[in-house]
Design a protein around this ligand. Sequence first.
Ligand code: SAM
Ligand code: SF4
Length: 335
Amino acid sequence: MNTPQLIDPFARAITYLRVSVTDRCDFRCVYCMSENMTFLPKKELLTLEELDRMCSAFIGLGVEKLRITGGEPLVRREIMTFFRGMTRHLESGALQELTLTTNGSQLARFADDLYAAGVRRVNVSLDTLDEEKFARVTRWGRLPQVLKGIDAAQKAGLRVKLNAVALKGFNEEELFSLTEWCAGRDIDLTWIEVMPMGDLGNEDRVGQYWPVSEIQAQLAQRYRVTELAHKTGGPARYVRLEETGQQIGFITPLTHNFCESCNRVRLTCTGQLYMCLGQEDMMDLRAPLRSSESDAPLVEAIHKAIGLKPKGHDFDYSRQRADGQVSRHMSHTGG
Ligand code: SAM
Ligand code: SF4
């Protein structure tokens, strides 16, 4: 294990890096992207070699956990080369965990390769088990393909966790059916409150807001719910349903303040480091990376960025409008 070297001004050790490897996606989820997205020109993106250098620099500075996201990480061409590159850090013990968040559409193709590269857990985003509703929320997605992907992942030995965005009037009625479907497959489930990201456009995100406190209350009507103490350093809280033994997570970026234990930063596919999901502060790491074959300028810029990590974010729905909204799309920063 490396000694953490990235300590922010609030004495938080930064040991977790989330990396968006592409802004592209084969879905167009309504809360994440607009129907006709303009994507970045290829030259803006970090190459696979640059992604490797970037992640390796962070690992050298004490990052122990890497989560690959996007866009849809598995639509990036040759992305397995990158995953296989990270295997060396798992083998050396510097990296404790290599994971990804995916929409599951390409998992049937890549599950075995991911396992071979050292990935042991994947988060699959799935909001509904109804084919027609799935098509509506993802615009371009097909549910059977994702279910096939989940099967393949489990068969390959990957532990699957489902992330569902809680949307009022959309998947409320599936609370119990989704819970039971997951229990039957030994899959943990995490509910995410919808965040005011990107362009709200015509969509009424405040009206879609289904607070996870309500979900928890509804679960408690059917199950014996035990609060679990373990902390992840992130925005998730966990409970156990005694009847099923299942762990249910709640990500409440809007109603809970989790910032004091924040241990993470996010790198976009263009090499910008966001120190906080809810703030605009960022540091460009691509220029220092490209400026020299030596990592020295990059390492210096990373230290400088961590020194600027803000104390917390300002999301707030309590005044019935999406305060603290940031203009980026989730697919840009990586979820
Ligand atoms: N394409 C991959 C996927 O869907 O899992 C990875 C990237 S996606 C941006 C990461 C996560 O962000 C997904 O679980 C998605 O549901 C979530 N997400 C996207 N937009 C969101 C929003 N406005 N509020 C809350 N979660 C959001
Ligand atoms: Fe694509 Fe994931 Fe965004 Fe859906 S949430 S559009 S799958 S990046």
